[in-house]
Design a protein around this ligand. Structure first.
Ligand code: OGA
Ligand code: FE
Length: 290
């Protein structure tokens, strides 16, 4: 957990902004060269949670605040949206049912209105993260992409009831986009999300990892360190801002003319003041068709 290493001289309300340098955690292969895996829940007896290595590297990060319009899903696989109105309050996120009834429709409308060509949205998952002991989900401090292209196609099949319809959808363009926001109106002060522009990521930096759920196996991607990667973050994100993280794009895979993925990870900024507000966030995962 990222709750150490604070400085006592900065005022507690200070929001770290601008360029910084931080340790990010990268993938390294299993020492015995076996195929990498990760158990989503507790591993079976005798098995480790994951069999690959994690290596910290100090990397420079640039702040996209003030430069939001320079980044888009087709080029960078990431997009920053501002001034988004929402009926969801902080309390909405305490109830799964409320998230689905109040927040989901807003996310669907947002994606339909902001992504040219999109005609059908399927929201298939969401995760609420709180940076505190005992929270069911914490920020993730490991650079990754949520799906491989194969796992993305599998998601289309999983979330389409009619197999014929699924094959039709698979023949068209489909993307997986995470819609990320803080739960609080107040700006994110600690554990912000870092992301590397797709334009700076070599395909060979990404390694498929078996993602073993209790009932099925998905596939995510680990990220190897490469000094060419351009790491970014969006300082002090507020509750009316949304970060779109595109983890997969069938058009990028087939035609190669648009970005396919965005590596991302939470990080600990050494400038975070003592007693900083914990980060609380939600990401909603969407299949975007068209
Ligand atoms: C995501 C993700 C990590 C975090 O949104 O896909 O990996 O710490 N988030 O918010
Ligand atoms: Fe992720």
């Amino acid at each position: 957990m990222m709750t150490t290493e604070t400085t006592t001289t900065t005022p507690p309300e200070y929001i770290p902004r601008g360029p910084t340098t931080a340790d990010l955690t990268f993938y390294a292969p299993p020492p015995d060269n076996s195929a990498p895996f990760n158990y989503v829940e507790s591993p079976p007896p005798g098995q480790p949670q994951r069999n690959y290595l994690e290596i910290p590297h100090s990397v420079p990060l640039n702040d996209i605040r003030g430069h939001e319009a320079e980044y888009n899903l087709d080029k960078d696989s990431v997009q920053a949206l501002q001034n988004i109105t929402s009926a969801a309050t902080y309390a909405t996120f305490d109830s799964d049912a409320a998230v689905r009834s109040i927040y989901y429709p807003e996310v669907e409308q947002l994606l339909l209105s902001k992504l040219p060509g999109a005609h059908k949205i399927v929201l298939f998952d969401h995760t609420i993260r709180r940076q505190k002991d005992g929270a069911p989900r914490q920020p993730v401090t490991r650079a990754h992409v949520d799906q491989t292209p194969r796992a993305a196609a599998e998601r289309v099949r999983l979330h389409t009831t009619d197999p014929e319809e699924a094959e039709k959808l698979l023949a068209g363009r489909y993307r997986i986009v995470n819609v990320w926001r803080p739960l609080t109106v107040e700006p994110v002060q600690s554990a912000p999300l870092a992301f590397a522009s797709a334009a700076s990521v070599d395909e060979n930096d990404l390694v498929p990892i078996e993602h073993r759920y209790p009932n099925r196996t998905g596939e995510t991607m680990g990220v190897k360190y490469n000094p060419n990667q351009k790491w970014l973050y969006w300082s002090g994100m507020t509750g009316d801002e949304r970060l779109l993280l595109k983890c997969s794009d069938s058009r990028g895979l087939r035609d190669g003319d648009v970005a396919q993925w965005v590596p991302h990870t939470a990080f600990w900024d050494p400038r975070t003041p003592a007693g900083a507000r914990i980060r609380e966030s939600i990401e909603v995962r969407a299949l975007v068709f068209g």
